[in-house]
Design a protein around this ligand. Structure first.
Ligand code: ATP
Length: 466
């Protein structure tokens, strides 16, 4: 039997919220309502404040929106197309293509809000996902089927790093990749689409965007829409999926805006009281099962560089690897500005990475930590006052610090320095040789922005020739 179409009328409008009166039964929370106007305006039900009133978030405001406009209940949440045909395409939250390509035609659709996979069906893989970025593979290796966060304040290089990972990982990846842009500049979306096309990886990639010029409702829901597409690949097509999100903080921020629009009283530091559950509802959907792995890399903006901010701390809790970017390193030009002492990966234990990897990573970290401790003494008394051993540690730490910088493919046009992909083996060999004191006579500047340590030879020739 066909379900009766429920029609209501807008009775109040303001601040991105619409109240709609229904004569018959009310729509369910999270249902998608559409106006009977051209263009169609989507409203998502957020609350039922009265017996005959549904209160909803206006997702795509337009001048057509007015009191008295008829609204239809579609009987379910917003949905998006799923299947092979979404590959190579760019979408908005409503599953409409935004890349000027041919129409998608009739495709199966799935609601964007779905329950996460039960714990009993989840699986951990425990294998490293190589990025070709020395500092990451050595000190906070990513886990296949795990979740990694790139944390950092404004302008420390999160987007550059995630773009580099796309460059290094997507082409080699055996599964499909899905990029979800939340609340960032729309220019970045276009650039990324073009770059992926040029790199020839678009055919295995889906992109979905809800950028900063869109309503809070769109930014709040676009992550869920992306996961619905990703889940279809994992569960129905049994493919491995790599989900890249830039930027998960904007999801939290959109939730806070939505909460404010609905008149809820804020909680700590002005965030919505529901921050923890909202983030969990999204993050819990990112998981691996027997059907396929879902690996995710998420950029996390840290407001005012404050790592105790509730948005950052709640996100930390969901991740298997946290890569922390430091403003100080960025200001010294030590890109990627990864802070090796604050970055962390669950993978870095002797049981999961090789014994050798674990030993080298620990030695590098210890040397860098000792240098960090000596910095105060150097500032007060001067380098010359240090013991011979400490001086050697400082020299070695500064060599390592510079060695862990890396020229990126994604910044090639800007820096003029060709990008380098360094395998984990090369990184381990290089660090082992630096730690063994093989290069004590070399200037620390020689280690800056090279690939593997074998590149040092090229530098020597260049210096000799000059
Ligand atoms: N690996 C790198 N090599 C050279 N320069 C870099 C690198 N990473 C970042 N930068 C410089 O830092 C700038 C900001 O980087 P990016 O846009 O990635 O920061 P962000 O953390 O994403 O910033 P926002 O929070 O504003 O989005 C770049 O435009 C570039 O000048």
């Amino acid at each position: 039997m066909e379900r009766e179409t429920r029609i209501g009328h807008i009775v109040r409008l303001g601040g991105g919220i619409a109240d709609i009166r229904f004569d018959g039964p009310l729509p369910a929370i999270s249902n998608r309502l559409v106006t009977l106007s051209d263009p169609e305006i989507v409203i998502e039900v957020a609350g039922l404040p009265g017996e005959d009133i549904a209160r909803g978030l206006v997702m795509n405001p337009s001048p057509e929106l007015r009191i008295g406009l008829a609204v239809r209940d579609t009987g379910g949440p917003i949905d998006v197309p799923v299947g092979e045909a979404v590959l190579g395409r760019m979408f908005n939250l409503f599953g409409e293509t935004i890349d000027d390509g041919p129409p998608l035609g009739d495709m199966p659709r799935r609601p964007i809000l779905r329950a996460p996979v039960p714990l009993s069906e989840r699986r951990v893989e425990g294998a490293i996902f190589e990025t070709g970025i020395k500092a990451i593979d050595l000190l906070s290796p990513l886990e296949r089927g795990g979740k990694a966060g790139l944390f950092g304040g404004a302008g420390v290089g999160k987007t550059v790093l995630i773009t580099e990972m796309i460059h290094n990982m997507v082409a080699e990846y055996d599964g499909v990749s899905l990029f979800c842009g939340i609340g960032e500049r729309s220019r970045e979306a276009e650039e990324l689409y073009r770059e992926m096309g040029e790199a020839g990886v678009l055919d295995n990639t889906v992109m979905i965007f809800g950028q900063m010029n869109e309503s809070p409702g769109v930014r709040f829901r676009v992550g869920h829409a992306a996961l619905t597409m990703a889940e279809y690949f994992r569960d129905d097509l049994r493919r491995n999926v790599l989900v890249l999100i830039d930027n998960i903080f904007r999801f939290v921020q959109a939730g806070s805006e939505v909460s404010g629009l609905l008149g809820r009283i804020p909680s700590r530091v002005g965030y919505q009281p529901t921050l923890g559950t909202e983030l969990a509802d999204l993050e819990e959907r990112i998981c691996s099962t027997d059907r396929g792995t879902m690996t995710s890399i998420q950029a996390v903006y840290v407001p005012a560089d404050d790592f105790t901010d509730p948005a950052a701390t709640h996100t930390f809790a969901h991740l298997s690897a946290s890569i922390v970017l430091s403003r100080k390193k960025a200001s010294e030009g030590l890109y990627p500005a990864i802070d090796p002492l604050r970055s962390y990966s669950r993978m870095l234990t002797p049981a999961t990475v090789s014994q050798r990897h674990f030993r080298i990573a620990r030695a590098v970290r210890t040397t860098l930590a000792e240098y960090e401790d000596l910095k105060d003494i150097i500032a007060m008394l001067g380098f010359e006052e240090l013991s011979e051993r400490d001086r050697a540690t400082v020299r070695q730490a500064r060599q390592l610090e510079r060695f862990l910088t890396q020229p990126f493919f994604s910044t090639e046009a800007m820096t003029g320095n060709p990008g380098r992909f360094v395998t984990l083996d090369e990184t381990l060999d290089s660090c082992e040789r630096i730690l063994a004191g093989e290069f004590t006579d070399r200037d620390e500047g020689d280690f800056y922005m090279i690939g593997a340590i074998t590149d040092l030879a090229g530098r020597a020739e260049a210096t000799d020739a000059a």
